[in-house]
Design a protein around this ligand. Structure first.
Ligand SMILES: Cc1cc2nc3c(=O)[nH]c(=O)nc-3n(C[C@H](O)[C@H](O)[C@H](O)COP(=O)(O)OP(=O)(O)OC[C@H]3O[C@@H](n4cnc5c(N)ncnc54)[C@H](O)[C@@H]3O)c2cc1C
Ligand SMILES: NC(=O)c1ccc[n+]([C@@H]2O[C@H](COP(=O)([O-])OP(=O)(O)OC[C@H]3O[C@@H](n4cnc5c(N)ncnc54)[C@H](O)[C@@H]3O)[C@@H](O)[C@H]2O)c1
Length: 480
């Protein structure tokens, strides 16, 4: 076994690891980047990019069907599953190619291939071929989709998002477990591409939403189009010929067994901190096994170990992975003189239709930390002018502000152009704007943003004329 000495060791060459590596190098430190799998990142290979490619194909199919609402008839729509998947894979490979090219540009002596595991707070073992002795570390190991063992036992037709983007053709039918971001994005896209899809949600959650009113509207919007069965669990999965028999059970105890080609497990992702030898680092860990770390510096305790991206499970999204990685790599280079990095206002977008966006403090977080001190304004998109013009008049936006100061705190929405409105409103939170200052901004006509103005006017009215909002929510999980 050979031994390598370095100043910084970065574990994982995903988005967080690559930005961490570059930041540590920019800080003037000898840095090793260790990767156990192929290069290319989760985002480009099996995450953000291929999922949006599949969704774009689905949108194209949907637009043809929705055109009849305007009196425009496209004739019979034919979906060529092989062509759809060929474009998804070839465009995905193009994106992956750019990432791989970047990594190939790193000096060969900076890269080690193999699975890293801590032997001590200063030493890693890579497979059975290399020992790495380092002064500082960045853990950027990402996350893995969860599949319960009893589902996995039903064989290769039980899949995760990791497999979908390698399909050559679209299947006939897919059961989706989970009404989170992945379940809804992929479930709706496959449905729009002609696949028979049933989505099982064990509770009533919809993507990242927590506001009860927005959730109600979101559940109806999803059920208007899709076979989504809330409060229904998958209780048994059995191999059956080429496919699967999936048995589900609702809250009344009624069971139903149906045949599907695949079961897509979309019930969350687990941070990759369990085969890392964390027990040999001496770090304090939470009940999920994640080292306790500072959200501004990414430092684990006062150690020389930093954690970034999906591995810390704080906000498992691409822009966060890049920010975490930059902060962690920079601080690894600066250690022990670490400093807080730029953490931005939370923004999360789910690319369903209608789109879903949450920005700033969520309703659940307000309940935990602002109960009795905030006001809520809202707008329904049902009669919003431009939304009706476009036949996209579904959804609701709820906006939140601090009662005493009028400071804008956050919002949750499902509705048209949520990806754009999400940016607008998270920028307002980060800029520390008050509701009055936001209402002084320009609004064109006729635009969906006029709906935002309606919600803000309602909020301004509540701030002035009504007492602060108490929290009727029953499931108030504490703010992170
Ligand atoms: C289907 C899907 C769609 C998504 N869509 C979006 C989206 O639209 N927008 C968005 O912002 N986010 C999206 N995400 C989330 C986003 O992809 C992730 O948050 C982001 O890619 C995480 O980056 P990372 O660097 O933390 O992890 P990764 O990119 O997964 O990198 C971790 C790396 O560490 C390596 N590794 C793990 N353990 C070890 C070890 N012990 N030794 C050596 N190497 C190791 C892994 O092989 C991997 O290469 C999506 C995710 C999925 C699954
Ligand atoms: N557009 C985006 O930004 C985007 C897209 C895809 C994924 N992602 C990231 O990937 C992460 C993982 O996505 P995800 O959809 O897998 O997780 P998620 O946490 O969004 O949703 C998981 C869902 O599964 C349910 N669930 C959990 N355990 C279950 C069980 N045993 N049986 C049935 N249902 C169960 C949960 O109640 C929840 O509804 C997200 O947190 C998100 O940050 C982001």
């Amino acid at each position: 076994m050979k031994t390598l000495h370095t100043e910084v060791a970065v574990i994982g060459a995903g988005t967080a690891g690559m930005t961490g590596y570059r930041a540590a190098k920019a800080g003037g430190k000898r840095t090793l980047l260790i990767e156990s799998n192929v290069y290319g990142t989760t985002c480009a290979r099996v995450g953000c990019m291929p999922s949006k490619l599949l969704i774009s194909a689905a949108d194209a199919a949907h637009m043809l069907q929705a055109a009849s609402g305007f009196g425009v008839h496209a004739g019979e729509v034919h979906i060529d599953g092989k062509a759809v998947m060929a474009r998804v894979r070839s465009e995905r490979d193009r994106f992956v190619g750019f990432v791989v090219e970047s990594v190939e540009g790193y000096p060969a002596e900076d890269k080690v291939h193999g699975h890293a595991r801590f032997l001590s707070p200063t030493q890693l073992q890579i497979d059975d071929h290399t020992l790495v002795q380092a002064e500082r570390f960045v853990i950027a190991t990402g996350s893995t989709p969860i599949v319960p063992d009893e589902w996995r036992a039903a064989g290769p037709r039980v899949i995760t998002s990791d497999e979908v983007f390698y399909w050559d053709d679209l299947p006939q039918s897919v059961a989706v477990a989970g009404t989170g971001v992945i379940g809804l994005e992929l479930g709706q896209a496959l449905h729009r591409l002609g696949v028979r899809v049933t989505i099982f949600g064990r509770g009533g959650s919809v993507a990242q939403l927590s506001d009860p009113d927005v959730l109600d509207v979101a559940r109806s919007a999803m059920q208007d189009e899709l076979d989504v069965r809330f409060k229904t669990k998958v209780v048994k999965v059995e191999q059956h010929g080429e496919g699967l028999l999936v048995t589900s059970e609702n809250t009344n105890g009624q069971q139903q067994t149906e045949h599907f080609d695949y079961l897509l497990s979309a019930i969350g992702r687990r941070p990759n901190v369990h085969q890392l030898g964390m027990e040999n680092t001496g770090l304090q860990r939470d009940h999920h096994g994640i080292p306790v770390y500072d959200k501004q510096t990414m430092q684990c305790g006062d150690s020389a170990i930093f954690i970034a991206g999906d591995a810390n499970d704080e906000r498992p999204q691409l822009p966060e992975a890049a920010d975490h990685g930059r902060i962690a790599g920079d601080n690894a280079a600066r250690y022990p003189d670490v400093k807080p990095g730029l953490r931005r206002t939370p923004l999360a977008i789910t690319f369903t239709e209608p789109q879903i966006a949450t920005m700033g403090l969520s309703y659940n977080e307000l309940c935990a930390s602002y109960a009795g001190r905030f006001a809520v304004g809202k707008v329904s998109f049902e009669n919003q002018g431009r939304s009706r013009v476009m036949l996209q008049n579904k959804g609701m936006l709820r906006v939140y502000a601090e009662h005493q100061t009028g400071r804008f705190l956050g919002a949750e929405m499902i509705g048209p152009r949520a990806e754009n409105i999400g940016h607008l409103l998270s920028w307002a939170v980060q800029a520390g704007l008050t509701v009055d200052a936001m209402l002084d901004m320009p609004f064109y006509h006729p635009v969906v943003e006029e709906g935002v103005r309606t919600a803000l006017r309602d909020l301004a009215h509540k701030l002035e004329h009504e007492p602060a909002q108490d929290c009727p929510c029953v499931d108030c999980t504490p703010a992170p």
